[in-house]
Ligand binder design. Structure first.
Ligand code: MTE
Ligand code: MO
Length: 317
């Protein structure tokens, strides 16, 4: 970390402005304080400097445009690959870009088990193989109050689920992230229980908006964004979109999930974006200065509200 500490008067003004624009307001104030005080030390190291954006990876050959994309302008590669949440690589937004570089993503397999007719260990190549890859530009809303627009490359999770042939008992689908402490320094920290686990009700998982993402901006997914394969479910808070998946399990009962287990009142199992539940009424789009109003189901209400008909969304948050 110490290599990243620069004196404030070494930072070009352009870098300060650019960086400040996409920090949260609290971080922005801290950064400003650091700049004014020409401070160094841990605070400066933590807040003042962006990581290098991810190097560019292999481009996918055929990616079709999806009608399910938002028309909003995507955030640039630099934002999406340097401002990340991936606690297996550290808690700061800049940690994953720094520490995930060395994650080994080939070979990679996903072990499928539980209530299904085709339990097996699938290679990522096999999972992606027969799929038509699509550009899916989605809004992303983190429970911490920031948002981005991200041009994923992926395909409906439903396609993979059908291949696994869930039985009639399967009501939920559970996902697990790799937890290899040799590659993932965060896994040794006592902040969350690893491996990271997330789950969806099966009908949510089968919804056409729910995808397995394998790329970003037409290229192979950078490690910090959850390579080689991650879930993206755009109407829920970001923590549901689990990264670097190594296991899938079909189950009858609602599984215990990492964030919900860590703090149930704060992180509901459902995690549907809901501006009516304090303090989620507004968000800051990374790259913008003023806040925007958060939309019900993150703007996907027309497509997904029906999944929750008759459910009290204040109780099942
Ligand atoms: N395994 C794992 N998956 C994870 C997380 C994590 O810490 N570990 N963070 C979640 C949160 S809170 C968010 S907002 C998104 C961030 O994805 P991004 O860095 O690609 O934008 O990943 C989600 N998936
Ligand atoms: Mo998040």
């Amino acid at each position: 970390m110490s290599l990243l500490i620069k004196r404030a008067d070494d930072i070009p003004a352009s870098e300060i402005t650019d960086r400040a624009l996409y920090l949260t307001r609290r971080d922005f104030i801290r950064t400003a304080a650091v700049v004014v005080a020409a401070g160094t030390g841990p605070l400066a190291a933590r807040t003042a400097y962006a990581q290098q954006p991810a190097p560019h990876g292999r481009r996918f050959e055929r990616v079709t445009r999806s009608l399910l994309s938002t028309a909003e302008k995507p955030n640039p590669w630099e934002h999406i690959t340097t401002y990340n949440n991936f606690w297996e690589f550290g808690q700061d937004k800049s940690d994953p870009a720094l520490h995930a570089r060395t994650l080994k993503t080939t070979p990679w397999t996903v072990a499928v088990s539980g209530e299904c007719a085709k339990p097996a260990t699938y290679s990522v190549e096999d999972i992606i193989g027969g799929e038509t890859l699509e550009d899916r530009i989605y809004r992303h809303r983190c429970v911490e109050g920031w948002s981005m627009v991200i041009p994923w490359v992926g395909f409906p999770l439903a396609n993979f689920i059908k291949r696994c042939e869930p039985t009639s008992k399967a009501k939920f689908i559970e996902f697990t992230t790799l937890a290899d402490s040799r590659q993932m320094p965060g896994v040794r920290e006592p902040n969350l229980r690893y491996p990271y686990i997330e789950a969806l009700r099966l009908d949510e998982a089968m919804h056409p908006l729910t995808i397995l993402a394998v790329g970003l901006y037409g290229e192979v997914l950078p490690n910090q964004n959850g390579a080689p394969i991650r879930l993206v479910i755009p109407w829920k808070y970001g923590f549901k979109s689990i990264k670097s998946i190594v296991k899938v399990r079909f189950v009858e009962k609602e599984p215990t999930t990492t964030w919900h287990d860590a703090n149930p009142p704060l992180y509901g199992f459902w995690a549907n974006v809901n501006p009516d539940i304090y303090p989620q009424e507004s968000e800051r789009r990374i790259g913008e200065f003023f806040k925007r109003r958060t939309l019900m189901f993150n703007g996907y209400a027309d497509q997904v509200a029906g999944l929750y008909a008759g459910m009290n969304l204040r109780r099942f948050y």
